[in-house]
Ligand binder design. Sequence first.
Ligand code: PMP
Length: 429
Amino acid sequence: MTTNNEAFDRARAVIPGGVSSPVRAFGSVGGTPVFVSRAEGSRVWDVAGREYLDLVGSWGPAILGHAHPQVVAAVRHAAGRGLSFGAPTVAEAELAELVRERVPLAEKVRFVSTGTEACMTAIRLARGATGRDLIVKFAGCYHGHSDALLAAAGSGLATAGLPGSAGVPAAATAQTLVVPYNDPDAIREVFAARGAEIAAVITEPAAANMGVVAPAPGFNALLRELTSAHGALLIYDEVLTGFRVSAAGWWGLEQGAITPDLFTFGKVIGGGMPLAALGGRPELLDLLAPLGPVYQAGTLSGNPLATAAGIATLKLADAEVYARVDAVASALSTAVDDALTQAGVPHVISRAGSLFSIFWGVDAPVTNYAQAQTQDAGAYRRFFHAMLDAGVALPPSAYEAWFCSAAHSDADLDQLIAALPAAARAAAG
Ligand code: PMP
């Protein structure tokens, strides 16, 4: 047994910031990170044995809750047969079939290990397919940490208030045009000026890395219209929303009304193991090596343990699971809204399907990154620590969604709701 402080000191001595991914370091909320020793269902335990009700959910994958027995059994079974082969497996075809059943536009699927790789590859594929170089992304959207996409990116950069990253050559982002989210005029202007040079628009079809920002009605349809009219591809980055907001992700919530050319998936698709994917129609996906000229590869791509976790997770994530996640998100977001209103804390609850986050100290709906950045991170810091003291682990950033799962029980909701009034008073300052 040790303490979080001791663990943090030990980790910081050998790992930059003590973490393998920046937001975990509690930089924006302050204090000592929770060093997790195990997780089960809706709970995590720290190194000192303290239990927390968890709403980080591994930042998205844990839609069934942590360590679902059938997922763990599938991984154990796979592990017993070998950890990695560097050869194709039937399980990969099975997982690709499961993806295609849910999202038929993902007729072919290539597996990678992270959402970063999936988006990086989707961009390369779009450039290879169109013979064009320009990429359009939206300010505050996050598509992983590849050079070309680290321009006005959300997630950890939003949390730290960074415009971009050192070490990214200007040339790497020179071909990336950044446009405000939910701004029809801005995207129309970009296409009017440079439409013939644009390979693709990559978007989070519902944004969740600048806080949660739903697409304005008609915005995603406009992206489809403009890309089609100008011979560019539309990439739906569903790394976060995919298999989470519905069985078929955000695309499913839109009832398939928009037809992106490419999808990227991550998080839920790997059930907590390192697995991600890109999908689309065969003419595009078959441009990837070995069939086509667009190169992509990975020693651990389609890893058998990760593939087993993904198959088990998708098989378990049925209509009942999605209904439960929706119900938990509704109950929780309403309770937070009530508690903050009662305590007189100015805020906006921002929802997209079962994803929600809170914008602190703002009084109007947030529709883009510039508005998101006006929020009062100090209020969240106080709220976050009051909740942590009450045994609730929230995402350590005001720019992240609260991740609900099917393992959150009514008793969990009661515990959460009971902790809210004191935390709301703390947020009020
Ligand atoms: N795209 C989106 C929409 C994401 O939310 C994330 C991660 N939060 C990524 C891409 C990158 O995925 P990964 O962290 O697995 O590289």
